[in-house]
Design a protein around this ligand. Structure first.
Ligand code: 26M
Length: 820
């Protein structure tokens, strides 16, 4: 597929011109970074035309718009992705070669915009790609953090966090839009004023601090359809020549406070994943982008429509977890205080326009704001939440008269806290989980009372990923091979991949498929050598676990099993053993001590194992520094085994699992999250499943846990592994891993020993690993499993997920931009 806009000669001239204008240099004098900027400006030129066309089409066709509200958008690099979606990758690669540059190296110059932590933020990015590709009008609404996810360095085996100054050279794929600036207000107090004429009370917010919200737009290109949607991220600026109320004139202190507020608010992404910390600045961030985005959406609606009561016919707001849930009350405020509606009208509009996606059942991730903090920061919004709560409790009482347990469990405000999930469910017209199992757990366990009261709101939307980035861009060899065999339609219709099933017993096809895997393993081996200084053998099994570091994801189980294998090989040197490279990549939240200790353990085990000549290189352990979207693309393509080993019931969906599958790596995993559906698609014989079921885990939990000491006392090999944590095998400091050891056996630091059932699942995991080894030894058998994983991964495209959101929740209209 080619694009007229990327005719080689014209492209080369444009790049040369850009280098001249931007840097007053010739192309020979320019640095790689300058070439990246020049190329990006050329690409942006093409995009701008489509962007304008898209806006025009939206203006003319007036479709319903979804606003995807998210604290995180983990976009990854834009240049390569845009070239792919504009169908200009091949031409540009050749044009650059003729100029003496390698497109891959130029792409590597781009900072990796990491405005997200992990799964939730990356899902938002995949959704934007699919929305544009499927011709839907959508805005991403978020925050322009000046510092995104930290860069991870590993020093002496420990994680060091380094600030990620992604904007330092200027980011070519953003456009500042000061003409759309909005004001957001914090603090102050609310004054009630009786309007005798209307016979109603008005609420006036005064004495607040104001911040100016300035939007920056990033283009979101659809695949081969000329659609360019917008990710609108808000920056904060002080209101310089602020017009203080006469009351505040000359209030120097306030001026300084406002300036500080603006400076702090968008400074940095909180690097917590699945963990709520209750920080005031976080609530400020949430309200800041939500208020600005809602103001903008309503202003845009009012330009074309004069009846605000019908807002929900043209606009819908999807809340990515509870993080933007203050939108419920902010929308009520705007409708009542600024548009002059009464409560009931405002409530009807609000409850028809907001919907909520839940991404976790981990109780430590649930947002509960102390009312003291909330009401001080957002006094008017808090007042509205109190009224929503009062009416909601009345509804509960009407339905369950005299049942105070229900109120205790479901109230929005209780025990001095505002419970954001309860607010989202009470107000949202849709509540969805992100995989079938997850949604069932929400309905039957976590949100049981809400489901019982309003079952019609609940629905499932199993996550997906975009094949444009995670196959077409990340794995060009496999992408080309697939296109040769089944044509290019899979790029926008991933269900086509099932046509590959006919090659499952075709020796030539299997051979080619595995040759591609091998080349991708060589590419990763090169990356690892360059970035980690470790040599790995691409003939070994690449066994990969890359994801955020969290106890529930059980990287600890993986590394304990590595220790177990190491012991086996040392004890039985003659034993047959297929060489294995265990690859880890994970960032730990800066304040998560246990997670950081697990990183140190992985690196300590790597040190011992990789340098023990007696095991003949049978095991290598590699911790890839600074795991992020850009190196993920290389890693998924090269994996043989996909480790998805969370404690059953804890991983809402997982999306890395889908990226591995798409690239032909069978899953070694528990029946958790979307793994369940992956196995359903590919067949149990093409996956390696182990461990307790979610029902079993939940049962144990409801009955006080289980006793890992029974296992410790009866299983000698497991005991040996645990003893090695504290006997100096992996550190001369025998206390270094004591906490990890304790966490598995005592309830000293937690409420339960081995909260995540690591010992309970250990044997079953080791058995599954043994099955992996046996299966891998059968070359053809393995190739078939690998190919079938790719062939059966069609369900897991975010295109399918988005179409389900559109059909069941958003009800958007398709917009045609390209004039054929
Ligand atoms: C909360 C409070 C304060 C600071 C940060 C947070 C916070 C940030 C990110 C809480 C949760 C966050 O992300 C949760 C997340 O990424 N969940 C993952 O969502 C994916 C997409 O649905 C799923 O595939 C994963 O299973 C799920 O863990």
């Amino acid at each position: 597929m080619t694009n007229e806009m990327f005719k080689k000669e014209a492209f080369k001239k444009s790049v040369k011109d850009n280098v001249k204008f931007l840097y007053r240099k010739t192309i020979e004098e320019a640095t790689q970074e300058q070439i990246f900027q020049a190329v990006s400006y050329t690409v942006k030129d093409v995009i701008i035309d489509n962007w304008l066309e898209t806006q025009k089409a939206y203006d003319e066709q007036d479709p319903k718009i979804v606003y995807y509200m998210s604290m995180e958008f983990l976009m990854g690099r834009a240049l390569g992705n845009n070239l792919i979606n504009l169908c200009g990758y091949g031409e540009v690669k050749e044009a650059l070669e003729e100029l003496g540059f390698d497109l891959n190296c130029i792409e590597d110059q781009e900072p990796d915009p990491a405005l997200g932590n992990g799964g939730l933020g990356r899902l938002a990015a995949c959704f934007l790609d699919s929305l544009a590709t499927l011709n839907y009008a959508a805005y991403g609404c978020g925050i322009r953090y000046h510092y995104g996810m930290f860069k991870q360095q590993i020093k002496d085996g420990y994680q060091i966090e380094v600030p990620d100054n992604w904007l330092k050279n200027g980011y070519p794929f953003e456009l500042r839009r000061p003409e759309y600036a909005k004001e957001v207000h914090f603090g102050g107090y609310v004054r009630a004023e009786y309007d005798a004429e209307k016979g109603a009370t008005r609420f006036i917010h005064e004495g607040y601090q104001a911040v100016k919200a300035i939007p920056y737009d990033m283009p979101i290109t659809g695949y081969d359809n000329d659609v360019v949607n917008t990710l609108r991220i808000w920056d904060a600026e002080p209101i310089v020549d602020f017009e203080l109320d006469s009351f505040d004139k000359g209030d120097y202190k306030k001026a300084v406070e406002q300036e500080n507020l603006a400076r702090n608010i968008v400074e940095v992404l909180y690097p917590n994943d699945n963990h709520y910390a209750g920080k005031e600045l976080r609530l400020k961030q949430q309200y800041f982008f939500v208020s600005a985005s809602l103001q903008e959406a309503i202003a845009k609606y009012k330009k074309k429509h004069d009846d605000i009561h019908k807002l929900y016919e043209k606009v819908t707001f999807q809340m990515n977890d509870t993080h933007p849930t203050v939108a419920v009350a902010e929308l009520m405020r705007i409708l009542m205080d600024e548009e002059g509606l009464g409560w009931d009208e405002a409530w009807e509009i609000t409850t028809k326009s907001v919907a909520y996606t839940n991404h976790t059942i981990m109780s430590e991730a649930l947002e509960k704001w102390p009312i003291e903090l909330f009401s001080r920061l957002l006094p008017r919004v808090y007042q509205i939440i109190e009224e929503i709560n009062r009416r909601f409790i009345a509804e509960i009482q009407a339905k369950y008269p005299g049942n105070y347990e229900k109120i205790k469990k479901m109230a929005i405000i209780y025990d001095g806290q505002v419970k954001m999930a309860h607010l989202a469910i009470a107000a949202g017209y849709s509540v969805n989980g992100v995989a079938r199992l997850h949604t069932e757990i929400l309905k039957n366990q976590e949100l049981r009372d809400f489901y019982e009261m309003m079952p019609e709101k609940f629905n499932n939307k199993t996550n997906g990923i975009t094949q444009r980035r995670f196959l077409l861009h990340a794995n060009p060899l496999l992408a080309d091979w697939i296109t040769e065999h089944i044509g290019p339609d899979w790029i926008t219709d991933l269900s086509q991949l099932k046509k590959l099933k006919v090659y499952a017993d075709d020796e030539k096809a299997l051979q080619e498929f595995m040759n591609i895997k091998f080349k991708n393993k060589e590419r990763l081996a090169k990356y690892i050598l360059e970035h980690n200084g470790v040599e790995v053998d691409p003939h070994s099994i690449f066994d990969v676990q890359v994801k955020r570091l969290h106890e529930y994801k059980r990287q600890l189980l993986n590394i304990l099993h590595v220790i177990y294998l190491y012991n086996q090989i040392k004890m039985h040197p003659e034993m047959e053993f297929y060489p294995r490279t265990f690859i880890f990549g994970a960032k730990a939240s800066a304040g998560y001590a246990t997670a950081k200790k697990i990183i140190k353990l992985i690196n300590s085990v790597a040190d011992v194992v990789n340098n023990d000549a007696s095991i003949n290189g049978k095991i290598k352990v590699v911790f890839i520094e600074n795991y992020r979207v850009s190196n993920a693309e290389i890693i998924f393509a090269a994996a043989d085994v996909s480790e998805q080993i969370s404690t059953a019931s804890k991983e809402a969906s997982g999306t890395g699992n889908m990226k591995f599958m798409l690239n032909g790596a069978p899953t070694l995993g528990t029946m958790d999250g979307a793994n369940v559906e992956i196995v359903e698609e590919v067949g149990a014989e093409n996956a390696f499943i182990f461990g307790l079921s979610s029902d079993e885990v939940i049962n144990y939990e409801n009955n006080g846990g289980y006793d890992p000491n029974v296992i410790y006392n009866t299983d000698e090999e497991i005991r040996q592994v645990l003893m090695q944590l504290i006997n100096g095998t992996f550190s001369s400091d025998t206390e270094l891993f004591r906490d990890l050891y304790d966490s598995l056996l005592t309830n000293k630091n937690t409420d339960r020993a081995d909260r995540y059932f690591i010992l309970a699942d250990f044997r079953s995991y080791a058995d599954a690993q043994k099955r992996v080894e046996e299966a891998y030894k059968d070359e053809k058998g393995w190739a078939k499993k690998a190919l079938l994983n790719t062939a059966c991964s069609g369900k897991f495209t975010s295109d399918r997920t988005i179409q389900e959101y559109v059909d069941d929740i958003w009800h958007l209209d398709k917009v045609i931009v390209r004039k054929k």
